[in-house]
Design a protein. Structure first.
Length: 593
């Protein structure tokens, strides 16, 4: 070998990164994110929440299942989700003879994941039933874990199954009811339903839809076009349409059941024109669906003499069910935010720059501390929304106005948390082979599904004006602080509850145009106080039952950030920073490694 060649051969050993110290920078195995963890065991906040709501005997039954589900979601399901994102569903529009079959072909990764999730959740239901305890809260928690892996799968499994069964039981012809309910009872149609609302002309203005229905015996024929149908690979759909002769307004809208197959076993007139090329949530097949004389069944009661639904409440009935679904969308946003937080913490612990780990830098600690507090506040709101009893407030209450407020706040957090996680990862975060780019792509849809911010604000207005729903929310807030400890944070929250009450009263006296424009800050104010009250309630329980102070720290930091008057200098002149001083306590209570 020539002298030149020998020098070239030996040169790599003299490069700077070949030294033992600097080579540590290139140990890529150190950069392990959330995938591979048990997402229940590593989440003290979720464990806290389950203990907060469940009796010890109930927790003993469901927690082993949640540990197994945490392992499943953090391992195989998370990996399958990445594979499905790279190889999403595809549409086979025609068969080899040119017949329109509109077959949506799901990737094996999705099918395997769906099967594993359903089996794990069914095992939870079975054991809970045998022990005579409710599985509802644990299933909600399992969906929270699923959403950290793939909110597209969460959408596919949650798009209207309960709604379909409820409406079918009440309104469908006997033979159709028996057939559909049997399919659900067997589990064959788990994750095979959807609600088809949106059209090109209407968007959120559902009263402007143009799909029509014509009576034929005890069935109807639907003709029309839905512009955005999630889970269009399913077998059963609840569709909004206007019966012929019905008013051309929201009062003319009725609910219909459309099945993929007609009563006689032939293909129904349901055509998938194309699948949407979406920004994210690629695992749930979303497409454009056309109805051509599609057999349908009215789900709104008998039609009136003019052909319209008898009570004119078809849209209202759908929106009641849709409002219930909004809490599920908020859970999607919470899942996005939690996953973003975990990925950010994992990366910040491993990444070294400027002479130390990122997680030791004061500015990074500020951002991470805020993420921890925001995620736990969001978690408190979402879980409170299911109306479950807890050890401090055993009454339990579903709140009409709290749901849109929760969705507005939590779905926005899902986006900002994902964006923060990308920023913490730096350039790597912007690369699709790293775990956080998909989080941002997926999170954006949550502000659209079941109503964007402005629609939610209008729903807050309806709740205030039509049912005085704000009184129920205010009562919940007063109850929360009434059982909280008499400390400075609780006193601050109590004052802000009174301020919120006054703000709502002042808002009702505004000119209607001005009042509508101010709905957003009013809803934000509601969310700030709602989250703070729940955190103080949880803090009091932890102090009493466990002798702990961590949740009180979270409540205090949340109240200081969102409710306190920080003065003309905005707190910059404060002599101490509790988030910095107690950062390790805060983070260790968010992620246990």
């Amino acid at each position: 070998m020539s002298e030149y060649g020998q020098e070239a051969f030996e040169r790599p050993r003299r490069l700077p990164f070949s030294t033992a110290d600097k080579a540590q920078r290139y140990q890529t195995d150190s950069y392990r994110g959330a995938v591979g963890m048990n997402w229940y065991r590593t989440d003290p906040t979720l464990q806290f929440t389950m203990a907060y709501y469940l009796r010890p005997d109930e927790l003993a039954v469901v927690e082993p299942h949640l540990e197994r589900i945490g392992e499943l979601m953090g391992g195989p399901v998370a990996r399958w989700a990445d594979e499905t994102d790279r190889n999403p569903p595809r549409l086979e529009r025609y068969d080899r003879w040119g017949h329109d079959v509109s077959r949506v072909v799901m990737p094996d990764s999705f099918t395997q994941s769906k099967r594993a999730v359903l089996e794990a959740q069914q095992a939870l239901r079975t054991d809970a039933r045998a022990a005579k305890v409710s599985s509802g809260l644990a299933l909600f928690a399992s969906n929270y874990l699923l959403n950290q892996a793939d909110i597209g799968m969460g959408c596919a499994l949650g798009t209207g199954g309960g709604m379909v069964q409820s409406l079918v039981s009440a309104y469908a012809p006997a033979d159709v009811r028996e057939h559909v309910l049997a399919k659900f009872a067997s589990g064959e149609w788990a994750g095979e339903t959807a609600q088809l609302l949106t059209e090109r002309t209407g968007g959120s203005d559902l009263g402007a839809l143009e799909t029509t229905a014509t009576r034929t015996g005890d069935a109807w024929l639907l003709n029309g076009f839905k512009w955005f149908a999630s889970n269009c690979a399913g077998e059963a759909f609840v569709v909004l349409a206007k019966p012929e002769g019905a008013p051309d307004s929201s009062r003319g809208v009725a609910n219909f059941l459309v099945l993929r197959t007609r009563r006689d076993g032939s293909r129904n007139g349901v055509r998938v024109r194309r699948l949407k090329d979406k920004l994210g949530t690629k695992s749930v097949a979303s497409g454009e669906v056309e109805f051509v004389d599609a057999e349908a069944f009215l789900l709104s009661g008998e039609p009136s003499a003019d052909g319209g639904p008898s009570d004119g409440k078809g849209l209202g009935r759908m929106m009641e069910l849709t409002n219930a679904a909004r809490l599920g969308i908020a859970l999607f946003g919470l899942g996005n935010a939690r996953r973003a937080l975990v990925e950010a913490l994992c990366y910040a612990r491993q990444r070294h720059a400027f002479g130390g780990a990122l997680i030791d830098k004061p500015l990074m600690r500020r951002k991470l501390a805020e993420l921890v507090v925001d995620v736990e506040a969001a978690q408190a709101m979402v879980f409170d929304g299911i109306g479950a009893t807890n050890h401090r407030q055993p009454r339990g209450l579903r709140q009409r106005i709290a749901v849109p407020v929760t969705k507005l706040r939590v779905c926005r957090l899902g986006i900002t948390a994902a964006s923060d996680a990308i920023e913490i990862h730096g350039g790597n975060g912007y690369i699709e082979t790293w775990p956080v780019a998909r989080l941002l792509r997926d999170a954006q849809v949550n502000t659209i599904w079941e109503g964007p911010d402005n629609i939610l604000c209008l729903d807050v207005r309806r709740g205030i004006e039509q049912t005085q729903a704000h009184e129920t929310l205010l009562a919940r807030l007063h109850d929360a602080v009434s059982v909280s400890d008499d400390d400075g944070t609780t006193a601050l929250v109590a004052r802000r509850i009174e301020d919120l009450d006054a703000a709502i009263t002042a808002w009702t006296k505004l000119d209607r145009t001005v009042a509508e424009a101010r709905l957003f800050p009013l809803a934000q104010f509601m969310g700030d106080v709602y989250a703070a009250a729940l955190l103080t309630e949880q803090a009091a329980w932890e102090r009493t039952e466990r002798g702990g102070e961590r949740k009180a720290l979270v409540a205090r930091l949340h109240a200081q950030r969102y409710l306190a008057d920080r003065g003309p200098l905005r707190g910059i002149d404060a002599e101490s920073d509790e988030a910095q001083q107690k950062f390790d306590e805060l983070v260790d209570g968010a992620l246990a490694l």
